[in-house]
Design a protein around this ligand. Sequence first.
Ligand code: CP3
Length: 323
Amino acid sequence: MRQAGRFLPEYRKIREEHDIISICKNPELCARVTTLPVEILGVDAAIMFADIMLPLEGMGVELEIKEGVGPLIKQPIRNLRAAQSLNDLDPEADVPFVPEAVELTKKMLDGQVPLIGFSGAPFTLASYLIEGRPTRNFVNTKALMYREPKTWHILMEKLAVSMTNYLRAQIRAGVDVVQLFDSWVGCLSPQDYREYVLPYSQRIFKNLEGTGVPQIHFGTGTSNLLKEMKQAGGDVFGIDWRIPIDLAWQRLGYDVGIQGNLDPAVLLGDIELVKSQAADILARTAGRAGHIFNLGHGMLPEASTKNVVELVKFVHRSTEKRS
Ligand code: CP3
């Protein structure tokens, strides 16, 4: 989750000369940035360097990713005509640099660690498209959902179709796992999630089932949505730190995997604090198979490489006898 850019000096150096979108459009550079965290941090998987907003350009949306702010949309989508005018994404034609970068990254990784492909989930993408910028309260998003349900459903449908195409293209190019980022879905009530979101995320997961590629379903602030998110789909659920991991697993059921859930801010503390909080998470998962140790959300720019490297070593040491 935005891990590379948040803090690695090696990445910051590349960013001095290239913006995020230009890195994504240059497969060599993209593959290099994707493999950096594996080399430097010793993590067990690589995540493609891209952004959830990238495929929206291919659907005809003009956007920029502004440093320290996030995605900005030139003409926010707030009516039926705007929603209808979005193209269905044809990844090989509209974003050919993504499958190219996947192929190149797979070659560079040479089987050392699996490669995770991803897309934004329809709700989180719709929220950026409608608000036009990052938001705290999602007022425009919810207003459109409640006042213009037809526009809402058309927009969500288009995003579900395009993200299915996008993830399929990444799978064809060789990613080993896919992750659907519904980062902001925690702002919804369970009943609104069921009515306005679930069918669209579900369509994506169902459509990818036949590929056999494991699916991770991520959100933040989702303590009260876990049952519904499980119904939407996924083999593994990404959770943040607001819920103890054992309680989340209990709510989800033990037939699925779980990913999480250290607060990224803990990495700003000293290493003993980092280790004790990581140990608490590991104690709560009690050696159960199917836990992917991760942060609960993206890396903070202030995090130190040293603490992250120590954390990775600590988790490896603490879990090496299991398996
Ligand atoms: O970790 C990685 O390096 C993988 C690449 C990646 C990026 N964005 C590149 C990026 C991934 C997996 C994402 C996903 C993403 N982008 C999400 C879903 C996951 C999550 O974190 O919730 C979301 C919501 C976005 C949209 C977005 N892009 C935001 C909110 C921001 C933050 C703006 C800021 O600087 O505070 C971005 C910028 C962004 N995308 C960075 C990176 C590496 C930040 C650093 C930079 O400017 O280079």
